[in-house]
Write a protein that binds this ligand. Structure first.
Ligand SMILES: Cc1cc2nc3c(=O)[nH]c(=O)nc-3n(C[C@H](O)[C@H](O)[C@H](O)COP(=O)(O)OP(=O)(O)OC[C@H]3O[C@@H](n4cnc5c(N)ncnc54)[C@H](O)[C@@H]3O)c2cc1C
Length: 316
């Protein structure tokens, strides 16, 4: 029976740790198999998504990458891609239940930058171009930037509201950064609501009609774009209260949800997973937390030039 690592999620963190384990552990652990579970056949570059929601800004093959193509270099004995969604985890039995095929498979149509531009539909499923009112939920970089990109592009054409559960934007950063972000958003015409959580589920590609808030208010809207939640982690990136379950990337609670946290987290996690594969009694090392403030200046490309390297293992 091979040693098996199951990775849930084919985002930048899941793809990166899968490549890292295959590139670094497999050469000396021949009976190793990595199974990557993802509800989507493609992974996308979220850093570019803030502008990608605006029709015509990035072609789909800049933002979306086929997951399996990046793993074609590994043998089927060592790597399997499973299109599906994890629905239950049995920690005691070390097993995951996966629903396949996914409930909704790839509803987004795609275009290619090398083919003539398609007249319709828009780049991503979210109908940003058509919406007159948009509610974005989440006070982290994703929510703040998405609201900012839309407002900067469309100005008074669209009414953009940002709903933030905390009492400030960009919590976990220096307070001045959050204050500056809020001032910038307001100068772009964004309405910022703090201290309230959006409780409406994301469905119908965000065309929900209205968004309910935890303070009892509702906001009528053409489009709803929510952000994400976390799993509690210990300092070694292990999910609290478990032995063999680890978290990396946005799903974790230890660090802010940022692309630039992924490479250092993957490096720490790989060491711990590699040690556990060789010796189940190995004591994991703590992940070294970022202690400095990193600039969010991303320029015109939103780092999309790095997205392909993530998907084919060039960063692992
Ligand atoms: C709009 C936006 C702008 C951003 N801008 C910046 C920036 O400027 N700088 C920066 O550093 N960071 C930025 N980030 C954050 C950065 O993109 C994230 O930190 C990074 O994408 C996290 O990658 P991830 O793989 O952990 O999570 P994700 O990219 O969210 O991937 C998680 C994957 O898990 C899958 N999944 C979910 N549930 C299941 C399940 N039950 N079973 C199987 N799979 C499942 C999802 O389909 C998804 O593919 C931005 C994020 C967004 C969304």
């Amino acid at each position: 029976m091979p040693k098996q690592v199951v990775i849930l999620g084919g985002g930048p963190a899941g793809v990166n740790i899968a490549h890292k384990i295959l590139k670094r552990s497999l050469p000396t652990l021949a009976d190793l198999k990595v199974i990557l579970v993802s509800p989507n056949t493609h992974t996308y570059w979220p850093v570019g998504a803030v502008r990608g929601v605006i029709p015509g800004e990035f072609a789909d093959d800049i933002l979306f990458h086929p997951i399996q193509a990046g793993f074609a270099k590994y043998k089927p004995d060592n790597f399997e891609f499973l299109e599906g969604k994890a629905t239950a985890l049995d920690v005691a039995a070390n097993s995951v239940q996966v629903e396949t095929p996914p409930a909704a498979s790839r509803p987004c149509p795609t275009t290619s930058s090398s083919s003539p531009p398609a007249p319709a539909p828009p780049l991503v499923c979210l109908k940003v171009g058509a919406a007159k009112t948009i509610v974005v939920a989440g006070g982290g970089p994703a929510g703040v930037e998405t609201a900012g990109e839309i407002a900067a592009k469309y100005g008074a054409e669209k009414k953009v509201t940002l709903v933030v559960a905390a009492d400030a934007l960009l919590k976990g950063w220096k307070p001045a950064v959050g204050q500056a972000a809020e001032a910038n958003l307001k100068s772009l015409g964004v309405t910022v609501i703090k201290g309230a959580r959006a409780t409406t589920a994301f469905e119908n590609n965000g065309a929900v009609g209205e968004v309910a808030l935890s303070n009892g208010e509702t906001i009528a809207t053409d489009l709803f774009i929510p952000s994400s939640a976390s799993l509690a982690q210990d300092k070694s990136l292990r999910v609290s209260g478990t032995k063999n379950v680890w978290a990396v990337g946005d799903v974790g609670s230890l660090e802010t949800k940022q692309q630039l946290r992924i490479d250092p987290q993957v490096a720490s996690l790989w060491k711990n997973v590699d040690a556990a594969l060789r010796d189940p009694a190995a004591v994991p090392s703590d992940h070294k937390l970022f202690s400095w403030f990193a600039s969010m200046v991303k320029g015109k490309t939103l780092f999309t030039e790095h997205s392909a390297a993530y998907m084919n293992g060039g960063k692992a």
